[in-house]
Design a protein around this ligand. Structure first.
Ligand code: ADP
Length: 215
């Protein structure tokens, strides 16, 4: 199963990506996780991207395309993958070489996205994503899996949210349109509990014949 998850920040791409990856036994490939891992390990790419983010920029398409294609060529991704946060912009979508069975746009009104981002806490060790009230850890502020203290992502600061939502609308929606024109794009209502959203995705997978498109 090769799935691309698109949608605004906070829509639940990471949450659904993890659930679907476990369900289908394929890796959840999130560009955010790749970048954070490089930053934590102080690799050349990590230092470069950290400086770019600090200056209000993003990782270059060239670097992201390289690291995603490298990740997708690893043995565990041969049987499939759930792509989360990639392609983020049209240039990345056009450069992407791979197979896609289904593309989902997780649709969430802006106010709900803001509320979800405001309540998001993540484990810096295993990247599990929690929400203060909707998906709270068993012990407040502590990861269920490795007991590490949860942190806020720097980009989740309230003053950056407006820019991220606007950027997403102008940059990621054209990616959705690109896939809608070339293969099948399914829009999923991302309101409601995570399990309910997963059910909608699984139902759509059953209802829609897989597009299986090679790019
Ligand atoms: P994205 O990867 O699209 O930015 P996340 O999966 O990180 O979104 O989800 C954003 C926040 O909303 C997280 O705190 C997550 O725990 C929470 N969340 C995800 N899905 C749901 C849902 N269906 N209902 C309520 N909260 C959710």
């Amino acid at each position: 199963m090769r799935i691309v998850l698109l949608g605004p920040p906070g829509a639940g791409k990471g949450t659904q990506g993890k659930i679907l990856a476990e369900k289908f036994g394929v890796p959840h490939v999130a560009t955010g996780d790749i970048i954070r891992e490089h930053i934590a390990k102080r690799t050349e790419f990590g230092c470069k991207v950290e400086a770019a983010i600090a200056a209000g920029n993003f990782a270059s398409d060239e670097d992201i395309n390289y690291w995603v294609s490298r990740r997708l060529s690893e043995p565990d991704a041969l049987s499939g993958y759930i792509l989360d946060g990639f392609p983020r912009v049209l240039t990345q979508a056009k450069a992407f070489r791979g197979t896609v069975d289904a593309v989902f746009w997780l649709d969430l009104p802006e106010l709900s996205a803001m509320e979800r981002i405001a309540g998001r806490w993540v484990c810096p060790q295993c990247s599990t994503v929690y929400h203060l009230t909707h998906c709270a850890p068993r012990i407040t502020g502590v990861c269920d899996w490795d007991s590490v203290h949860l942190v806020k992502r720097p980009e989740d600061a309230l003053d950056k949210m407006r820019f991220r939502l606007d950027y997403n609308r102008s940059q990621m929606w054209p990616v959705a349109e690109h896939y809608a024109a070339l293969t099948a794009l399914v829009i999923i209502d991302a309101e409601g509990a995570a399990e309910v959203v997963t059910e909608r995705i699984l139902h759509a997978l059953l209802a829609t014949p897989l597009a299986k498109t090679d790019f």
